[in-house]
Design a protein around this ligand. Structure first.
Ligand code: FAD
Length: 462
C-alpha cells in the first residue's frame, strides 16, 4: 500500500540494484550526475557509497564554481519552535551531514571548523539537546566579543569551505569527474538516457542508465523540468579585517545590559549581578571565537571576519557590489557592536542561490508534468471521492536542487534519500516497511511535483 497520495508515488525502488536477473551490462553505463556543486558532489558520493560508479560532469573549469563557490558557509542545525515535518527533515539532514563529516577522507579534507555557532534570538526556544540557551553575558563569553541578545549556542556546529567539502566528496574511487563538459541535450534511450555534451569545444555523447540533474540555477532549463517554479536570489559575502587595536570599553554593551535590568524582563538562566564582566577580558586583543548568526552572520577567519549574506531575489548577477559590502558592514555593527573592523571590505564573493516557494529542496524523480496536469486536474474538487492514477515520472531521471540558502545542510541528506531509493532492493517480505515508508513520506515533502499539485488543488495549473 502506498504511504503517500498517488501523485507522490515513486518509481519502482531499487532501479540500480544488480540482481541475478539484472546483471550489469556495459551498455547501462555509469550513473551521470550533472553539476559539481554541493548537490552534485553529494549525489555522486552517496551513490558511490552504495557501490555505484558515477561520472560527474560540469560545464565550468573547476568544481564548486556556482553558488557553492562561497568561501565559507554555516554548519548549524535549523531549528524551529514548533515540531513539523520540515523540522524533522532538517534534523535528519543535519545528522547526515555530521555523519559524513566523520568519514575519514571528508574529515581530513573538508576544512570543517567546529568552533560552535551562536544564533541570536528574541524569545526563548523549547529545551533541546541540540543547543544551550544563553543570556547576553553568557553569549558574550562564548563569542569573545559583546553580544546584546539572547542566543542559542550550538556546540556541535561551525562552518566549512564548500569547495573543500565538494573536493573531499569527489575523492571517492568510484567517481570520475569531467570538467568543461556542458550538457546540451538529454534524449531518452534504452536503458536510460543519451547525454549530448560539449566538452572542450568537442561534441561528445554519454549514455547512462540513470541521470541526476543537480545543475543549480539551470535545473529548470530542460524540457523535462521547465515547470519547476524556481527563483534565483543573489547573495554576497564580504570579508573585513579585524583592526589590531586593543578592545575599548564596551559602552553600548553595558548600556544594553542596564536597559535589560531596567525593563524588568528577566534574562534567561542567570542573575546579572552574579556575573560581572571581567575588565581584563575587555582589554584582550579583539577576536571572534565562533560563528554568530542573526539576520546576517559573522564567520571568524584569520584576523578577519566574513559577513554574509545579502539576499536579492530575482537577481542572477554575481559581480561584487559596493552597496552590498555596505549592507554587510552595517549588519555586523548590529550583530557584533564592539568588533572593530576595517572600513573597506578586503574582498567579496557573490553567488546565485536557487530557491523554491516553500524553501525546501527539490529532491526526487522528474515528474512528467503534462501527465500530472491532465491526471490530477480534478484535485480542485477535492481528493476524497475520486480515484486517481498513480504518478508518471520520466524513467531514470532524478532531480536534486533548489537548495536555497541551506545547501550545505541539506544536500548530503537529499543525496542520501535518492541513493537509498535507487539502491535498496524491493523487498517483498516487507522487512524494511517502516524504513521505506519514512523514506517515501520524506520524499513526498521534497517531491518536485509538489508545487504543481498545490496549484491544481487551488484550481490553477501550469
Ligand atoms: C552568498 C551565499 C552564502 C551562502 N551561505 C550558506 C550557508 O552559510 N550555509 C548553507 O547551508 N548554504 C549557504 N549557501 C547556499 C549554498 O551555497 C547553496 O545552496 C549550494 O551551493 C547550491 O549548490 P548546488 O550544487 O545546487 O548549485 P551550484 O553550486 O550552483 O552548482 C551547480 C553546478 O551545475 C553546473 N551546471 C549548470 N548547468 C550545467 C550544464 N548544462 N552542464 C554541466 N554542468 C552544469 C554549474 O557549473 C555548477 O557548478 C549560500 C549561498 C550563497 C550564494
Amino acid at each position: 500500500m502506498s504511504a503517500t497520495a498517488p501523485w507522490f508515488d515513486l518509481p519502482q525502488r531499487g532501479a540500480l540494484v544488480r540482481t541475478s536477473s539484472h546483471t550489469a551490462r556495459s551498455s547501462d553505463g555509469p550513473c551521470v550526475v550533472v553539476g559539481a556543486g554541493l548537490a552534485g558532489c553529494s549525489m555522486a558520493y552517496a551513490l558511490a557509497l552504495k557501490g555505484q560508479t558515477v561520472v560527474v560532469i560540469d560545464s565550468a573549469s573547476t568544481i564548486a564554481s556556482g553558488a557553492s563557490s562561497n568561501p565559507c558557509g554555516i554548519v548549524k542545525p535549523i531549528v524551529t519552535r514548533e515540531p513539523s515535518a520540515a523540522a524533522l527533515f532538517y534534523e535528519h539532514a543535519y545528522g547526515c551531514l555530521q555523519s559524513w563529516l566523520t568519514h575519514p577522507c571528508i574529515k581530513k579534507n573538508a576544512a570543517y571548523e567546529n568552533c560552535g555557532v551562536l544564533q541570536l534570538v528574541q524569545n526563548s526556544y523549547p529545551a533541546s539537546k541540540q543547543y544551550q540557551q544563553l543570556d547576553p553575558i553568557e553569549a558574550t563569553k562564548k563569542a569573545g566579543t559583546a553580544i546584546n541578545a539572547r542566543a542559542l549556542f550550538f556546540e556541535n556546529a561551525g562552518w566549512l569551505n564548500p569547495h573543500a567539502f565538494c573536493a573531499s566528496l569527489l575523492e571517492h574511487n568510484n567517481i570520475e569527474l569531467r570538467l568543461n563538459c556542458r550538457l546540451q541535450n538529454l534524449i531518452p534511450c534504452e536503458p536510460g538516457w543519451q547525454l549530448d555534451c560539449l566538452q572542450a569545444n568537442q561534441q561528445t555523447t554519454l549514455r547512462s542508465s540513470m541521470v541526476i540533474l543537480a545543475n543549480g540555477t539551470q535545473l529548470n532549463k530542460s524540457p523535462y523540468t521547465q515547470a519547476l517554479p524556481l527563483t534565483l536570489a543573489r547573495g554576497q559575502i564580504s570579508e573585513f579585517q579585524l583592526t589590531q587595536t586593543v578592545g575599548r570599553e564596551p559602552e553600548r554593551f553595558k548600556q544594553s545590559l542596564s536597559n535589560h535590568a531596567m525593563s524588568n524582563k528577566p534574562l534567561a538562566n542567570q542573575a546579572l549581578s552574579n556575573q560581572p564582566f571581567s575588565s581584563q577580558q575587555l582589554k584582550d586583543k579583539q577576536r571572534l571565537n565562533c560563528v554568530v548568526s542573526g539576520k546576517r552572520y559573522a564567520i571568524p577567519g584569520k584576523q578577519s571576519v566574513y559577513i554574509g549574506a545579502s539576499f536579492k531575489r530575482d537577481d542572477d548577477t554575481n559581480d561584487i557590489k559596493h552597496d552590498e559590502h555596505q549592507e554587510n558592514a552595517e549588519a555586523v555593527n548590529d550583530l557584533l557592536p564592539e568588533l572593530e573592523l576595517t572600513k573597506q571590505a578586503r574582498r567579496g564573493f557573490a553567488g546565485v542561490r536557487t530557491t523554491t516557494p516553500d524553501r525546501l529542496p527539490v529532491c526526487g524523480p522528474a515528474p512528467d508534468f503534462d501527465f500530472f496536469q491532465n491526471a490530477y486536474t480534478e484535485l480542485r474538487h477535492g481528493s476524497k471521492h475520486k480515484t486517481f492514477s498513480p504518478a508518471k515520472t520520466h524513467k531514470h531521471l532524478y532531480l536534486l536542487g533548489g537548495l536555497g540558502s541551506r545547501g550545505i545542510i541539506t544536500a548530503p541528506y537529499c543525496a542520501h534519500l535518492i541513493s537509498e531509493w535507487l539502491c535498496t532492493a524491493a523487498d517483498p517480505i516487507g522487512i524494511h516497511t517502516h524504513r521505506i515508508q519514512t523514506l517515501q513520506s520524506t520524499m513526498a515533502l521534497l517531491h518536485p511535483a509538489r508545487f504543481l499539485i498545490r496549484e491544481l488543488k487551488r484550481g490553477s495549473g501550469l
